[in-house]
Design a protein around this ligand. Structure first.
Ligand code: SPD
Length: 343
């Protein structure tokens, strides 16, 4: 009996030990769909012995809601710049001294201490790019010239449009088209935005922030909301697609790694942040997802077509207006407009 007690205790101790040893070797990574290369994760696991579990989301709104729900269990996530300040002010992120990491020296000085994290206390760089729309070049009634094609499509294009499933980015594009500042919560501006989104709604086939590459490849839609990297991937896979630089401009964004509050594997998350600031590793991300990154020395490892790709090079004279963190009045209003639109 005694032996049993001892062995039970020993077993419990071993179990406790093995649980914590296992916990020390885990990393739960929550990232946008189709944004993390498998070979990068395999390399990280091989180099560090840390086992990575992936989960994905479709938008900043989904990520924010998940972190706010408290039911997290994630050690790393990738919000866009305009959501970082919301997460910081709501106490959803762990502090992490990114500047003291060995590979921080590899970050382009112009992206060190960025506006959304001036002391680099919460974020390390992932990728950056633009949001616009793309068209099938073999389709009727589509042109890249203006955001009109996206918001007020005509002819055969109407009924064949795909739009992101969350309001934040669509509202920013609508602001560009309407000539408004971002986050404009004046009632006339909100009314104009609502009217425009209702007009567009009549021509929308799909609201989704995922699966754009397949929908365009199969010609399920001929006009689609798009991030530049996804559009480049679609083109390289043989789809006749053009990423549009409309005269009204594009939305710019920068995605970063952050550690959610209470992350169980905080040290492993830091290890990944540092790992990703290694030029060769960051190049693996850009070669897969086809966006720009903030590690200049990664250039020598990048696929050559990235440097010259039309999707990665904004033509002269086209404005890229970086997305902003909107105030509560605007967020509430646009959520209401969006909910009504999607009923
Ligand atoms: N395939 C997923 C790409 C995610 C890019 N991030 C977009 C941020 C938009 N604000």
């Amino acid at each position: 009996m005694k032996k049993h007690v001892i062995s039970t205790l020993a077993g419990a101790a071993i179990l406790a030990g093995s649980v914590s040893a296992q916990a020390a070797g885990e990393l739960n990574f929550y990232n946008w769909t189709d944004y993390t290369p498998d070979d990068l994760i395999e390399k990280f696991e091989k180099e560090t012995g840390i086992n990575v579990t992936m989960d994905t989301y479709d938008s900043n709104e989904t990520l924010l809601a998940k972190l706010k729900s408290g039911a997290v269990g994630y050690d790393l996530a990738v919000p866009s710049s305009n959501f970082v300040s919301i997460m910081v002010s709501e106490g959803l992120l762990e502090e992490v001294d990114v500047k003291s990491m060995p590979n921080y020296k590899n970050v382009d000085p112009r992206w060190q201490g960025p506006a959304w994290d001036p002391e680099q206390k919460y974020t390390s760089p992932y990728q950056y790019g633009t949001t616009s729309f793309a068209v099938r070049t073999d389709a009727a009634d589509v042109t890249c010239e203006s955001l009109k094609t996206f918001f007020e499509p005509e002819g055969e294009a109407c009924g064949n449009v795909s739009v992101f499933a969350t309001p934040e980015e669509v509202a920013s594009m609508a602001a560009l088209y309407l000539g408004q500042p971002y986050c404009d919560d004046r009632s006339d501006s909100l009314k104009a935005m609502q009217k425009l989104l209702q007009t567009q709604n009549k021509c929308v086939k799909v609201y989704s922030s995922e699966g754009m590459i397949d929908r365009v490849a199969t010609k399920t839609v001929t006009v689609t909301n798009a991030w530049n990297g996804d559009a480049m991937r679609a083109r390289l896979e043989g789809t006749p697609i053009e990423y549009c630089y409309p005269k009204e401009g594009l939305v710019g964004w920068f995605d970063s790694l952050v550690i959610p509050k209470g992350a169980e594997n905080y040290e492993n998350a830091k290890t990944f942040m540092n790992f990703l600031m290694e030029p060769e590793n960051m190049a693996m991300v850009s070669n897969f997802a086809r966006y720009s990154n903030a590690i200049p020395a990664s250039t020598e490892f990048l696929d050559p077509e990235l440097a010259t790709a039309p999707e990665a090079n904004v033509p002269d004279g086209i404005e890229v207006r970086v997305s902003e963190t909107c105030g509560p009045k605007f967020v509430k209003s646009i959520d209401k407009i969006w909910t009504k639109l999607r009923q």
